[in-house]
Write a protein that binds this ligand. Structure first.
Ligand SMILES: [Zn+2]
Length: 250
């Protein structure tokens, strides 16, 4: 039986019918607070902006609390470390990838309310389980902005990538952090401002050490947004093309 999301009774995380309908903010509350965006409009697609507090996704109680505990709580701490120059560990870098994929999956479901995310796994498994299958092929790229532009009002919080089928590439600027996850074979086109990270093997004993110290290479967040948007367009297309070529080649 094909489960559809009609009437939003299906959890966006685990695809199960929800006994009790709960709504979770698409943008986590800690990030809305960190970026001071509770009363502004935030870009959610090429030509659509909404107030972040009004954008919700249907999640069951279990997914809601597991996403909060496993992703949002640690990632809110990782942002503090990143922005204060403390660097991140391999394990924290992986959490950032899965956190970005959570946005990507929820955005996909918002745009395809009756669709299934993938046939292979649901969003819950994808963002809560280790990324072991693909970790050696991924690059995490981060660039920090020195300051939020005077007069910007709030801080950036937006996704700049467009994902139709690839489900890997995600780019955005959140607070002073410009961040993206991409396939390693495309990292040669990254602008020089981005520091890149390659994942250790999943059994490496060094996974909890601080290993990745991204450069502060943008003077202002506005510059970070401009550069990220431009490269995100190019890399989104490159990843879509790559996925389609892959599937047509068998
Ligand atoms: Zn669920």
């Amino acid at each position: 039986m094909v489960v559809t999301r009609k009437h939003k009774q299906i959890c966006a995380g685990c695809d199960s019918p929800m006994v009790e309908r709960t709504k979770e903010h698409f943008w986590p509350r800690w990030l809305i607070n960190r970026t001071n965006t509770a009363s502004t409009a935030v870009k959610i697609s090429k030509d659509k902006s909404v107030n972040p507090l009004t954008l919700t996704v249907p999640l069951c109680k279990m997914c809601n609390s597991d996403f909060g505990r496993e992703l949002e709580a640690p990632v809110s701490q990782i942002f503090i470390d990143l922005e204060s120059g403390n660097g991140i560990s391999d394990y924290e870098a992986e959490l950032l990838v899965r956190w970005l994929w959570k946005f990507e999956g929820l955005a996909w479901i918002l745009h395809n309310p009756d669709g299934r995310y993938t046939d292979r796994s649901n969003l819950r498994d994808r963002v809560l389980k280790p990324i072991d299958g693909i970790r050696s092929r991924l690059t995490l790229a981060i660039a920090l902005a020195e300051t939020i532009d005077p007069g910007f009002g709030d801080a950036p919080m937006g996704i700049d990538s467009i994902s139709k089928d690839n489900a890997i590439y995600v780019a955005g600027v959140f607070s002073r952090v410009a961040i993206m996850v991409l396939l390693r074979n495309f990292e040669n086109v990254l602008p020089g401002q981005f520091s890149t990270y390659h994942f250790l093997q999943s059994d490496s004993p060094e996974r909890s050490q601080k290993l990745f110290f991204p450069k502060t290479s943008f003077p202002y967040c506005r510059t970070a947004i401009g550069v990220t948007r431009q490269i995100a367009l190019q890399l989104s297309m490159a990843h879509e093309l790559y996925v389609h070529q892959g599937s047509s080649n068998g």
